[in-house]
Design a protein around this ligand. Structure first.
Ligand code: HGY
Ligand code: MN
Ligand code: MN
Ligand code: MN
Length: 399
């Protein structure tokens, strides 16, 4: 068993939480490339160095702590959503650091650590690890924009002086990520660990509906080409049409809407919105894409409006490595008999990309109330350390 130090692990977790603390609950605000995200990466760089790992920041801003020679890569991300939880991503990075330290103290196995950049997709979808895995060109990613129109390369220039070369994936034998479940299952069942079977696929795009801006007082309703009315119509019709295609696990979200010119007394001429959908079945994701495109086009045409589809980003569903899953399951049964399960992931993770490059696996801890992507996200500390012991036992088993 690796000599993990639970106090050191929790103290690092709370030290990281303080960088970009929101002041509301345990929430943090560290979107990719913001000053607090960069400060957290600088802090991780120093922590990796103190742990006897060679620190390195790659061309996207992902921070590595590299062990000598071939090693198991462990980690996650330290950037957050605009209103992030203290554990989403950060837990996996600090758990990896603790296991790497303990493995070093125990004389092996060699463990490297990573905090990938922009897993939360301020610019796209799990961008840092997607580029690192060669699933997306760095040049293409540089031109991705956030919801305010800033490009990734503009935002990344804030950490230009820290950027280095890409790290060669060939030096790693596997990838293991610990992460909060971000759903209600483990918490409801009173379990402390989830061995992930597979990660859903995702599609994400921006759509623009163009109508006619006009006076909100003098323009009769039947003469309007109101972009918000068209969006509202689209949402209602989409929900109706998807009903026969989806399962209870299928999700779709319009999380970002910008109306132009965004004023009380003006009929909005333009509605720009994000359209994101996820499912465990690739064919269903494709069918949903056709329904989305057809529905919004039909509504625009019927209302004498136009529609522009932005580039679609996405990842197909992916299974975790069976051998690594078996090792995690054995460790869970040894450390938390009867208090763990095999389960799918409805959230995307860096492991979604890594699994296309090397054997990859994930281990979940409970999320209280299933809450995540909110300042209220939390997990009991004894559950965090119980799951860390499962992770450490599995890594020792791989040694
Ligand atoms: O959205 C996700 O699933 C991930 O947390 N970025
Ligand atoms: Mn995450
Ligand atoms: Mn997240
Ligand atoms: Mn936008």
């Amino acid at each position: 068993m690796l000599p993990i130090d639970a106090d050191r692990f929790l103290s690092d977790l709370h030290e990281l939480r303080a960088i970009g603390a929101s002041g509301v609950g345990k929430g943090v605000v560290r979107p990719a490339y913001t000053p607090d995200d960069i400060a957290a990466r600088d802090w991780l760089y120093r922590k990796f160095e103190e742990a006897g790992l060679t620190p390195h920041i790659d061309h996207m801003g992902s921070v590595f702590g590299l062990a000598e020679g071939p090693s198991i890569l462990m980690g996650s991300h330290s950037d957050t959503q605009p209103e992030g939880g203290w554990l989403d991503g950060a837990l996996g990075v600090i758990a990896a650091l603790e296991v790497a330290r303990a493995a070093k103290e125990a004389g092996g196995p060699a463990v490297s650590v990573v905090s990938f950049q922009d897993e939360e997709g301020r610019f796209g979808v799990t961008t840092g690890s997607s580029v690192w895995c060669g699933l997306q060109e760095a040049e293409q990613a540089a031109h991705l924009t956030d919801i305010n129109g800033m490009t990734l390369e503009e935002a990344r220039s804030a950490m230009e002086d820290r950027l280095g070369d890409p790290v060669d994936p060939g030096r790693f034998t596997a990838f293991i990520e610990m992460h909060i479940e971000q759903g209600p299952v483990l918490d409801t069942e009173g379990e402390v660990a989830g061995v992930v079977e597979a990660i859903v696929g995702i599609r994400d795009m921006e759509i623009v509906l163009e109508g006619e801006q006009n006076h909100a007082g003098t323009t009769p309703m039947h003469l309007r080409r109101d972009a918000f009315q068209a969006l509202s119509d689209f949402n209602t019709q989409l929900n109706d049409r998807l009903r026969n295609v989806v399962t209870p696990q299928t999700v779709w979200t319009i999380g970002h809407v910008a109306l132009h010119p965004d004023a009380h007394s003006v009929v909005p001429g333009r509605a720009t919105f994000s359209m994101q959908w996820r499912d465990g079945d690739k064919d269903r994701l494709d069918r949903m894409e056709s329904i989305i495109r057809e529905t919004v086009q039909e509504i625009a045409t019927a209302r004498g409006m136009s529609v522009v589809f932005g580039p679609m980003l996405g990842l197909d569903p992916v299974a975790m490595d069976p051998g690594l899953r078996e090792t995690l399951a054995r460790a869970a049964e040894a450390e938390a008999p009867g208090r763990w399960r095999h389960m799918p992931s409805g959230a995307l993770h860096d492991a979604s990309n890594m699994a296309r490059l090397m054997p990859a696996a994930m281990l979940f801890t409970p999320s209280i109330g299933g809450l995540s992507h909110t300042f209220s996200e939390d997990t009991d500390e004894e559950d965090l350390t119980a799951c860390l012991r499962v992770l450490a036992r599995a890594v020792a088993d791989l040694g």
